[in-house]
Design a protein around this ligand. Structure first.
Ligand SMILES: Nc1ncnc2c1ncn2[C@@H]1O[C@H](COP(=O)(O)OP(=O)(O)OP(=O)(O)O)[C@@H](O)[C@H]1O
Ligand SMILES: [Mg+2]
Length: 347
């Protein structure tokens, strides 16, 4: 059974207009950063989200971590509908199970608290344990993320490097023993030299402490190194989901192909096939109906004005594109069938 399943998740934001614009026309404009997205995360799985800036990755994280309300669609955690959880005990229970690691290790830590109190904040707020037990667990967690408590527990954030601060962020997220960790570009603000260390730590901890992870990045090479599966978003829509290996070796959606073609290969003899995406980076304000990638797609055809359904093209591999030839449902693997049936049940 999936730990988290998301069905037709949608977020629309109405843009408030000035008086002049309101007088010129009656129609409101809408930003549509997440549109009809369905996927699931299995227990212990690391699932990546990749897509260019503004495609809705952080909005998705905010919806799943209850920092923002959904417009429509459902979120189920352990098969329980948590879509409308927004306050009280239900929200506290949700926060114990789902924790967020922030992008910015410089801004996300309270500069007036020592590391010990930063990590102890969540268990204290959630009233998880008595104070001696919290102290014991904070020390253990600091040691687990590679910050020996005797050296780091009494420091302030400004007395640490970016990589060390991000380790504090990871310790804060993991101390409550969540089932799901949502990591929104947790290494993008760090030096390249320490990124690999933080990512390896996260992967190692997810195996040891057995939590699932939704890991966001706009860098496909990071995700294929870290994740079991990767899903590709374009302008709020999910366009392809596959295992990391399958996605890079057999990309199907024209946008995914362009992303894969852009990943550097450390071999001077390798002859790259460059795939250009035409046109400007689009904005999610009043996006076109149908496939949102169509205006930039070299394979676009008349059907693309209709939103393509998510279809299976192989084991654990689904894609939403009219131009991609599709195998029949009877010919696909069990995980694809489960994915498609899950989606069908909700429609
Ligand atoms: N509350 C809001 N009001 C107005 N626009 C919003 C709001 N939230 C998100 N957006 C817009 O929705 C789009 C998606 O934003 P989001 O932060 O999810 O992108 P992202 O994929 O995380 O990008 P990045 O890789 O740059 O972090 C952007 O164009 C953003 O300006
Ligand atoms: Mg973002």
């Amino acid at each position: 059974m999936a730990l988290l399943s998301v069905h037709h998740l949608t977020k629309h934001i109405k843009i408030s207009k000035g008086l002049g614009a309101s007088l010129r026309g009656p129609h409101a404009s809408w930003i549509k950063p997440v549109e009809d997205v369905s996927f699931s995360i299995e227990e212990g799985e690391i699932l990546g989200i990749v897509g260019e800036s503004g495609c809705g990755k952080s909005t998705m994280c905010n919806l799943l971590s209850k920092l923002d309300d959904v417009t429509s669609g459902t979120i189920r955690l352990n098969n329980e509908d948590v879509t409308n959880v927004s306050k009280g005990k239900a929200l506290t229970h949700y926060r114990k199970q789902v924790q967020l690691i922030f992008q910015d290790p410089f801004d996300s830590l309270n500069p007036r608290l020592r590391v010990f109190d930063i990590v102890a904040e969540a268990p204290r707020a959630l009233k998880l344990w008595e104070e001696p037990e919290i102290a014991r667990r904070v020390s253990t967690m600091l040691a687990t993320v590679g910050l020996p408590p005797e050296r780091y527990a009494q420091r302030y954030p400004h007395q640490m490097s970016g990589g060390e601060r991000q380790r504090v962020g990871i310790a804060s997220a993991l101390i409550a023993e969540p089932k799901l960790v949502i990591a929104d570009e947790p290494v993008s603000m760090l030096d390249v030299s320490i990124r690999a260390g933080v990512m390896d730590l996260l992967r190692d901890l997810s195996r040891r402490l057995n939590f699932s992870c939704l890991y966001v990045s706009h860098d496909l090479s990071i995700l294929t190194h870290l994740c079991d599966r990767v899903m590709v978003m374009y302008l709020g829509q999910l366009v392809e989901v596959a295992s990391s290996k399958e996605l890079v070796s057999n990309p199907q959606h024209p946008y995914t192909r362009a992303l894969v073609a852009a990943v550097p290969v450390p071999d001077p003899r390798y002859k790259r096939q460059s795939i250009a995406i035409k046109g400007e980076l689009a904005k999610p304000i009043d996006p076109p109906a149908g496939c949102r990638f169509a205006p930039r797609c070299s394979l676009a055809m008349p059907q693309c004005s209709q939103t393509p359904e998510m279809k299976s093209v192989g084991e654990s591999h689904v894609v939403a594109c009219h131009a991609v030839s599709v195998s029949e449902l009877s010919g696909v693997g069990p995980s694809d069938r489960r994915y498609l049936q899950n989606i069908d049940q909700q429609t």
